[in-house]
Design a protein around this ligand. Structure first.
Ligand code: IMP
Ligand code: MG
Length: 385
């Protein structure tokens, strides 16, 4: 029974793989509007690499025994992990993988925590650096001060400093992009925080030069009014946090927001910004920190344990992670999307800040830091190293 189920599932995977290959052929010819996949899935985006779905299914079936289940069909999580594996295989086949960018909270460490020594992701990231792969940490957490990022990332930064086999050049290959796409820091062994702030003029993209300070202020003003309105309407016990390039609400001490309140606040704020003149001139990202543990948003049919962890805030940031990843690609000399992968936990389209990275590179959707470790191991496994 298991062998038969495996054969059937593998066949379906192969069919989808071929639909994607057909779409990629149309992309190359500039006729993607006419692909069969586009007809079936009108919202489908651009593919940076083929997805080796059949091989990925075979790999994940060995890990998760999907075909051996009689009553529970392939689930949302099964498919998510098969897609991640397919993406990894697609990347290593088209290699080399030149840039891996990571989200912070939930991807590298649990929500609101830090990357401390002993985190199993550290030796894997060091392994990528040893290969010459560039690393970017593209996080919404926005601080102007290197010491705050040192606090959040010190386990990794110290391991790079202390590494005996990384060359000085390889050690330079780590940067942090904070506030989605607002603050760039590069690894610096001489600095007590192991990071140096790189002034915006030195790295900002041509397109970003059009983002004037007046517009930034105006957008944050509109967002702040929208957030305060939501707080008032739903009588939230909230503190409003205004930063140089972001504005957000966090729960007052001893309180917690419900998922519905977080989502309503994000959606209302996003709509108000979209309709405002400044929201059309300036890219922004309105999103909420993750849901409470084990809660499932209403539009997904099955519970997805552990997909949503901790975190309980709403932020509006200037820019978004597509700009953050693009800035990393250009900082390292113009790395192409097909050689670049962003790993993150927020990909559900409403209020999900990693989703935008998909515009400029390949992505992997993980549900917790342990899955990030597994994903990095898969890069090694499928590279045959
Ligand atoms: P990420 O998962 O690394 O992108 O971080 C997202 C979390 O960073 C949010 O849920 C907030 O808890 C936190 N955070 C801290 N400062 C900021 C900010 O300025 N903008 C957005 N999120 C922030
Ligand atoms: Mg995250």
């Amino acid at each position: 029974m298991a062998a038969m189920a495996h054969r059937r599932y593998a066949e379906i995977m192969r069919d989808v793989e071929e639909l994607i290959n057909g779409h990629i052929a149309h992309q190359r010819a500039g006729t993607q509007e006419r692909s069969k996949l586009k007809l079936l899935v009108p919202s489908v985006g651009t593919f940076f690499t083929p997805l080796n779905l059949e091989a990925a299914f075979t790999y994940q079936d060995k890990q998760r025994f999907i075909s051996s289940r009689r009553f529970v069909p392939p689930s949302f999580n099964d498919i998510r992990l098969i897609l991640n594996t397919a993406q990894v295989i697609g990347l290593v086949k088209g290699g080399p993988l030149n840039l891996v960018t990571f989200d912070g909270d939930v991807t590298l460490y649990d929500d609101g925590e830090s990357l401390t020594p002993g985190n199993p992701v550290i030796p894997r990231i060091l392994g990528l650096l040893r290969w010459g792969t560039r690393i970017g940490i593209v996080t919404a957490a926005g601080y102007t001060d290197a010491s705050r990022y040192y606090g959040r990332l010190h386990g990794l930064l110290e391991a790079i400093r202390d590494s005996k086999d990384l060359t000085p050049v390889q050690k330079q290959n780590l940067i942090v992009l904070g506030g989605e796409s607002n603050y760039l820091f590069k690894f610096d062994i001489e600095d007590p925080n192991l990071l140096t702030f790189v002034p915006r003029e030195e790295w900002e993209l041509e397109e970003m030069k059009k983002w004037t300070e007046e517009d930034v202020k105006e957008l944050l003003d509109v967002a702040e009014v929208a957030l305060r309105d939501a707080v008032k309407c739903m009588q939230l016990n909230a503190l409003v946090l205004r930063k140089e390039r972001a504005v957000g609400i966090i729960p007052a001490e001893g309180h917690k927001f419900a998922r519905e309140q977080l989502e309503e606040t994000v959606l209302v704020t996003q709509k108000i910004l979209e309709f405002s003149p400044v929201g059309r001139r300036l890219p922004f990202c309105a999103f909420n920190g993750n849901y409470a543990r084990n809660e499932t948003p209403p539009h997904l049919p099955l519970p997805i344990p552990n997909l949503y962890l901790g975190g309980n805030d709403v932020f509006v940031d200037i820019g978004d992670k597509s700009w953050g990843v693009l800035a990393c690609q250009r900082f390292f000399g113009g790395i192409e999307g097909r050689k670049s992968m962003h790993v993150g936990d927020q990909f559900l389209s409403a209020g999900a800040n990693d989703f935008k990275a998909r515009l400029v590179c390949t992505t992997a959707w993980i549900a917790n830091p342990a899955e990030t470790v597994q994903l990095l191991d898969e890069i090694y496994i499928h590279s045959g190293r």
